[in-house]
Design a protein around this ligand. Structure first.
Ligand SMILES: Nc1nc2c(ncn2[C@@H]2O[C@H](COP(=O)(O)OP(=O)(O)OP(=O)(O)O)[C@@H](O)[C@H]2O)c(=O)[nH]1
Ligand SMILES: [Zn+2]
Length: 306
């Protein structure tokens, strides 16, 4: 687990509106940073969640250049010439003498609890239909919960929220090493043992880039979608960033016979997360060590961070 340490410097390179197949427009932000050369992303729900580094005014730039990188208010349309004013919607951005965006409630989301997922890239789970993990399901669920007002007892994001998408494939070991880890798992190791056998830490990820991206987006109070306690502690950077609540992500297969991922591999994966990585999962789970103990006593309770 990485220590808090200083924040990386992040720069939003571009933002674009993405009309989605599921309904809402999202705003995809691509980031550069001073720690690695990966293209980390922020999937932002809500036109008014604004990247300070993207909107910061640059010397001698034109309004056209601002619109091309995505530093505009409201909606783009053919013939629009000014980035900082959307006359159709009656929106205008204001800036201070240093060219920093002024946070005004009419144009910029601020000081509100925001539903957030810090998600690590998983090609196999998100693209290759893998039933070894629940990453793809979690990614989809995060988008759905951000768009919804509520789902059962979970309060959604009502169309405002962020999925910080960190290029940390394989809990940071990369896709090639993760494939080797899968082979070791087919040979009987669990996901933690496999990493260690390959001379990698069980989970060497550093979420400081996630913190820096959220702060750049002006997010201050996070309702974090995760079962991973390490992530909860990583979303603390007082006074700028606080985790005010942990919102559990219960695997769909635990609440439905049809939905979700049903495979022997996923049960082992989730069991290892609970037993060996300290993940906080609510549904009773038959643990290796608790074979003959009634399920009700193995419920792992979660704690809402206040
Ligand atoms: N090394 C390794 N990485 C895996 C394995 N299965 C999934 N992963 C990676 O684990 C990461 C999953 O992280 P997240 O989806 O952020 O979830 P989490 O950190 O486990 O915790 P939650 O926020 O509760 O979902 C991704 O980078 C996956 O590629 C595995 O068997 N071995
Ligand atoms: Zn995965």
């Amino acid at each position: 687990m990485a220590t808090q340490g200083s924040l990386p410097v992040v720069q939003c390179v571009a933002r674009a509106r993405i009309p989605t197949t599921t309904g809402p427009d999202i705003f995809l932000h691509l980031y550069a940073n001073d720690r690695d050369n990966k293209e980390h992303l922020a999937i932002v729900f809500g036109e008014d969640i604004r990247s300070r580094s993207l909107f910061r005014r640059r010397k001698n730039e034109t309004q056209q250049e601002r619109m091309v990188r995505g530093a505009y208010v409201g909606k783009l349309f053919p013939g629009r010439t000014v980035a900082d004013v959307d006359e159709n919607l009656g929106l205008e951005l204001q800036f201070d003498s240093d060219g920093e965006l002024k946070v005004e409630k009419e144009t910029t989301w601020a000081k509100k609890d925001t539903l957030v997922r810090i998600h690590s890239e998983c090609y196999t789970g998100e693209t290759a239909w893998s039933a070894r993990c629940d990453c793809g399901e979690q990614f989809d669920r995060a988008g759905k919960l951000i768009a919804l007002d509520r789902e059962g007892e979970i309060v959604g994001g009502s169309g405002r929220g962020v999925i910080v998408y960190l290029r940390q494939e394989g809990r940071g070991i990369g896709l090639g090493e993760k494939l080797k880890a899968y082979n070791l798992q087919d040979l009987g190791a669990d996901t933690v043992q496999a990493n260690l056998m390959l001379q990698h830490p069980a989970d060497g990820r550093d979420f400081s880039l996630g913190r820096a991206i959220l702060i750049d987006l002006g997010i201050e109070r996070v309702r974090l979608l995760t079962n991973n306690p390490d992530k909860v502690s990583q979303v603390e950077h007082p006074p700028q960033l606080h985790c005010v609540e942990r919102v559990p992500m219960i695997p769909l297969s635990w609440t439905s016979d049809e939905d979700g991922i049903h495979s022997s591999e996923i049960e082992g994966y989730l069991r290892t997360k609970v037993e060996r990585m300290g993940h906080l999962l609510q549904k009773p789970l038959k643990l290796h060590t608790m074979e003959n103990v009634p399920a009700s006593s193995t419920t792992i309770t979660t704690h809402t961070i206040i």
